[in-house]
Each structure stands twice: as structure tokens, then as C-alpha cells.
Design a binder for this molecule. Structure first.
Ligand code: PLP
Length: 285
């Protein structure tokens, strides 16, 4: 395997960043994860638009022009022979002697890109069974709209989920409303068949998969309600599911101690999963 690290393609097991990289010291950096499917990059424009937004919100310079970045992404996918899997892009504020203040103007941002394969067959099996979710208080900072590498609450939540026999943890705000999963957006389907997900304006990351699923649902004539929903409403929902570039649409069959619907993946979640790739842009490698 190979990784791209600050201008060079290096063997994955030897790939390293400097100890004074601000990503390492302060979590002062951002990232993106794109799906690779059938040898093509999925929804690249939206992912790179969000990468640009994250950089600009944190006043980190762009590491290179978009066309060059796409060329490196393709090369990393090619060198790792990834047909189905994911590509990871991380940009930090660069390397400088440790100091909370931004480093001097002109300090180049650090760029790392890796890619790895995953098994669509295994994911399909997981989706057929559905996954369990637990709920936890949302103890993250307010700027979760930025895809920052500062993910400690998310790491702790995911581990708590694993210990409870679940795949994901849903964060819940102080008013009892679900914000999102530790690495996914959260959705329910009401008894009337309406799709409900929290508005992206506050409390969540604007998931690229979320945007594509909203497009797809509207195209299919499914009623969409972008509004917050409580944990209680989720317990009583007809269906629930999560979305992310790596998991796509993944049915949820249990939330805490409550079976969702009949305890099996719902029909709307299953259909959205099957049709997802009909609405996304793909860029062959
Ligand atoms: N919410 C959080 C906190 C995430 O970390 C992620 C993805 O990693 C998502 C939502 C889903 O975003 P996307 O669909 O762009 O992968």
C-alpha cells in the first residue's frame, strides 16, 4: 500500500508526519472521506467543496489547486488498486514549533492522502441485517459543521456503542433532540411514511450522503421533513437509518432498548440504499 504525504508517494507502513505537525499536536486540521465505487470517485465535487469550506472556516490555506488534488487522489487510488473502498484526505495547518498561535504566514499546510479497499458484499450483508444504535448526550463543541480531525467525543461515543453491542451512537442535544451519529447522519421514517432528518444549519455536519439522499427522496416523491426529532420519536418510528460516505444508507433496527418498526430493515431505507448511486456524480479513476 501507498500513501501520499506532503508531495511524495511513500510506502504506507513508512508514511509519517513530523512530531510538530499541528494536526498531531492540536488536532488543528480537517479531513474528507470519499467513497470509491467500481473504480470511480463518488461525489467528488461536493466533497471538495466541503473540504474548501472547512479550510476557509479555520483559515487554513488550500494545499494545492483542486485539479492537482484530484490528480493525486486518483493516483493514490490507482497505486493502491482500490476498486471499491474509500479515500481519506487530511489537511493540517502545517509544521511549526508548538505554539497555540497560528504559525507564520507562508507555512505550508500539510497534506496526507490514503486509500483503502472495502468489501461491498460484507456491507450488503450488514445492511440486510440492519444495525443497532445507542444514544448519548452530545458533548461536542458547537462547530461540528466543520469536518475537523478533532474527534475525541466521536471516538469515545463509537467505543461506547461497540461495548453496548451497537454499530453507532446517536448524539442527543440538551433538549432531547437527536443531532447525528458519531460518524453518520441520523434519519427516521414516520408512521405516515415521511423522511425526517435534522436541518444542517445547526448541530450537525452537512453530510454529502445526506444531501444525495435528500435529492433522491424528493425525486422519488417521498415526503421530506428537515426538522429535529427527539429520541422518543425515534423509538416509535416506522424506520430509522444512518448515512455516511463509507456506510451509505444503513438501516437501523434497534435504538437503545427499542426495536424499530418490526425489528427488520425498513422498505424506504432499503430502497434508498439500492438507488443511492443513481443520483451521485462519479469520476472514473
Ligand atoms: N456526521 C459526522 C459526525 C461524520 O463524521 C460524518 C462522516 O464521516 C457524517 C455525518 C456523514 O457525512 P458524509 O455523508 O459526508 O460522509
Amino acid at each position: 500500500r501507498f500513501a501520499y504525504v506532503n508531495g511524495r508517494y511513500v510506502r504506507h507502513k513508512e508514511a509519517a508526519v513530523h512530531i510538530e505537525d499541528r494536526g498531531y499536536q492540536f488536532a488543528d486540521g480537517i479531513y474528507e472521506v470519499c467513497e470509491v465505487r467500481h473504480g470511480a470517485l463518488v461525489d467528488t465535487t461536493r466533497h471538495l467543496d466541503r473540504l474548501d469550506r472547512s479550510l476557509s472556516e479555520l483559515q487554513i490555506a488550500s494545499p494545492m489547486p483542486r485539479a492537482s488534488l484530484v490528480a493525486v487522489m486518483r493516483e493514490v487510488v490507482r497505486r493502491n488498486r482500490v476498486r471499491d473502498g474509500m479515500i481519506y484526505i487530511q489537511v493540517s495547518r502545517g509544521v511549526a514549533p508548538r505554539d497555540h498561535l497560528f504559525p507564520p504566514q507562508g507555512t505550508p499546510p500539510a497534506l496526507v492522502i490514503t486509500a483503502r479497499s472495502s468489501s461491498p458484499a460484507k456491507a450488503a450483508k450488514t445492511a440486510e441485517a440492519g444495525v443497532n444504535v445507542i444514544t448519548l448526550p452530545d458533548n461536542r463543541w458547537e462547530r461540528v459543521d466543520i469536518k475537523s480531525v478533532s474527534l475525541l467525543p466521536n471516538v469515545l461515543a463509537k467505543e461506547a456503542a461497540r461495548k453496548a453491542g451497537a454499530k453507532e451512537a446517536w448524539f442527543v442535544d440538551s433538549d432531547g433532540y437527536v443531532t447525528e451519529g458519531s460518524s453518520t447522519n441520523a434519519w427516521i421514517v414516520t408512521a405516515e411514511g415521511a423522511l425526517v432528518t435534522r436541518p444542517a444549519e445547526h448541530g450537525i455536519l452537512r453530510g454529502i450522503t445526506r444531501t444525495a439522499v435528500l435529492d433522491l427522496a424528493r425525486r422519488e416523491g417521498i415526503t421530506v421533513e428537515e426538522r429535529p426529532f427527539t429520541v422518543e420519536e425515534a423509538y416509535r418510528a416506522r424506520e430509522a437509518f444512518i448515512t455516511a460516505a463509507t456506510t451509505l444508507v444503513m438501516p437501523v433496527v434497534r435504538i437503545d432498548d427499542h426495536a424499530i418498526g418490526n425489528g427488520k430493515p425498513g422498505s424506504i431505507a432499503t430502497e434508498l440504499r439500492q438507488r443511492f448511486h443513481e443520483v451521485v456524480e462519479t469520476m472514473p479513476v
